[in-house]
Design a protein around this ligand. Structure first.
Ligand code: 5RP
Length: 230
C-alpha cells in the first residue's frame, strides 16, 4: 500500500467516530484532508454536523464539499477534532505538528475539543519527539531574529521557514514560522512551557497531553491507540 492509501485508511476509520449533531474541528494537512473528503460524503448522505476548520485551505475544501462551517463566535467547545501530525511519540501519544503551518489554529481548536483524534500512517511513530522533525514555532514578524536567538538559547537550531521563491512562509494569521531543530526531546512538556514563555513566540507545534486517540494505518491494518487525558 502506498502512503496515501494508508493515510486514507486512517482517515476513514477516524470519521466513524463522528455522530449526528456534533461540533467538529477539522485539521489540516494531507491526512486530515482525506478525513474532510470522507466527511463530505457522509454529509451528502444526510449527516448533520457543523465544523470549525484549522486553516483557510481546509475551510475551502470543506465548503466545496458542502460541510457547514462554523466558528468560535457560535461554539466555544467542540465535541471532536480530527487532525494529522508530523510525529507521534510511542507511549505518550504526544505530538509534533505544524509542518503545514497551521499549528496555532490547530492548537486552539484542539484545546477547545473534548476529544482530539489524530490520523497518521505508521511512518509518523517515533520513540522520542524531535527524532526526525524540527519543532515549528509560530513567531511575530517583528523582531523574529531576536526570538530566533532566544529559541537557540533553549537548545535548538532555528531556521526561518521560506517558500520556493525564498520569501518567508506566512501563516494564515500573517506570522512567521521558525523550524527549531532540538534533536530528540527529553521533556516535551517542559520544552513546550519554555517556548510558551519566550517573548515573540506565539505558539509551538508541541502538543503535549492533548491526544485522545491515534488512528494509525500500517501494512498490517488500522490500529486505534488510546492515550492522553482529554
Ligand atoms: C499542519 C499539520 C499537519 O497535520 C501535519 O503536518 C501532518 O500533515 P500530513 O498529514 O500532510 O503529513 O500539523 O500544520
Amino acid at each position: 500500500m502506498n502512503r496515501d492509501a494508508l493515510k486514507r485508511a486512517a482517515a476513514l476509520r477516524a470519521i466513524e467516530e463522528i455522530e449526528d449533531g456534533m461540533v467538529l474541528g477539522l485539521g489540516s494537512g494531507s491526512t486530515a484532508e482525506f478525513a474532510v473528503e470522507a466527511l463530505g460524503k457522509r454529509v451528502a448522505q444526510g449527516l448533520e454536523i457543523v465544523a470549525i476548520p484549522t486553516s483557510e485551505r481546509t475551510a475551502a475544501l470543506a465548503r466545496r464539499l458542502g460541510v457547514r462551517i462554523s466558528s468560535f463566535a457560535e461554539h466555544r467547545r467542540l465535541d471532536l477534532t480530527i487532525d494529522g501530525a508530523d510525529e507521534v511519540e510511542r507511549g505518550t501519544l504526544d505530538l509534533i505538528k505544524g509542518k503545514g503551518g497551521a499549528l496555532l489554529r490547530e492548537k486552539i481548536v484542539a484545546a477547545a475539543s473534548a476529544r482530539l483524534v489524530i490520523v497518521v500512517d505508521s511512518g509518523k511513530l517515533v520513540d522520542r519527539l524531535g527524532e526526525r522533525s524540527p519543532v515549528p514555532v509560530e513567531v511575530t514578524a517583528f523582531g523574529w531574529q531576536a526570538t530566533a536567538f532566544a529559541l537557540e538559547k533553549l537548545g535548538s537550531i532555528p531556521r526561518l521557514r521560506t517558500v520556493a521563491s525564498g520569501e518567508p512562509f506566512l501563516t494564515d494569521g500573517g506570522n512567521l514560522i521558525l523550524d527549531c531543530d532540538f534533536g530528540p526531546i527529553d521533556d516535551a512538556a517542559a520544552l513546550e512551557a519554555r517556548i510558551a514563555t519566550t517573548v515573540g513566540a506565539i505558539e509551538s507545534g508541541l502538543f503535549v497531553g492533548r491526544t485522545s486517540a491515534v488512528v494509525m494505518a500500517s501494512e498490517e491494518g488500522v490500529a486505534m491507540l488510546k492515550g492522553g487525558p482529554a
